[in-house]
Design a protein around this ligand. Structure first.
Ligand code: DX5
Ligand code: ZN
Length: 229
């Protein structure tokens, strides 16, 4: 299985103190910082965009893992790249609204993966809970996408309940692709991470569980131990 990465989601941070919050997470053992960009259109919530990423970049060397819940991720890719984004994950449903890929949506998804790479970022594809893993299969097989985000809640808000039934998707992906980076996002905590780890996830996003704790370093340690065991 590829390297374990623990990625606190700054959606649960104090937005007025983001630089300090990011530094605190890095000192608590975070590998990546998960940055949830929402446009109020692809999801019913509005968060942040390239200007905030740019400001953060000036304060941290940490890997910025941007999860773009945006209706037009192709349009925004260049701005995110200029701002200093490391990983650029967009939703497959932007091109295949029902989650089922066809020739046209596959071509558009592949094209964006290639654009993201050309801009110097690592392309990831996110799947909403209703989207089957097979929709991303051709893009992983062609090596255009080496990173898949399996949503374990409906995207849009932190603090939701972990959907254990998504583990079948993680298992199928892990079985098909032993070296793929598989990220899980939504409702991850020390109480749910074992299910994700056993299914084969190696990149763990956690917002409320980490930021809501008085000992975030302990939560990050527990999440890592679960994946590493
Ligand atoms: C939800 C976001 C998540 C969110 C996770 O749309 O993609 O990254 O911050 O928050 P928790 O860990 O609280 O479920
Ligand atoms: Zn996210």
């Amino acid at each position: 299985r590829p390297q374990t990465r623990i990625a606190p989601s700054i959606l649960s941070a104090d937005f007025a103190r983001l630089a300090e919050e990011c530094a605190r997470m890095v000192s608590c053992g975070a590998d990546w910082l998960h940055v949830d960009a929402m446009d109020g259109h692809f999801v019913p919530n509005l968060t942040l965009g390239p200007p905030i990423v740019k400001s953060l970049r000036a304060h941290t060397n940490a890997y910025l893992d941007c999860h773009c819940m945006l209706s037009d991720p192709s349009f925004w890719a260049e701005e995110f790249a200029k701002a200093g984004t490391d990983g650029y994950t967009f939703h497959l449903e932007v091109f295949a609204p029902d989650g089922i890929i066809d020739a046209e949506s596959e071509a558009k998804t592949r094209e964006l993966c290639q654009k993201v790479k050309a801009l110097g970022m690592r392309p990831g594809i996110a799947l909403k809970p209703a989207t089957p893993w097979t929709s991303v299969k051709p893009l992983v097989e062609s090596n255009d996408c080496d990173f898949v985000l399996v949503m374990t809640v409906e995207p849009g808000f932190g603090g939701q309940k972990f959907q254990a039934e998504q583990m079948a998707k993680v298992k199928a992906l892990r079985q098909a692709f032993p070296n793929l980076d598989i990220q899980v996002d939504g409702g991850l905590a020390p109480s749910t991470v074992d299910m994700a780890a056993q299914a084969g996830a190696n990149v763990i996003v956690a917002g409320s569980a980490v930021f809501g704790s008085e000992k975030p370093e302990e939560v990050i340690r527990q999440l890592r131990a679960s994946v590493d065991q």
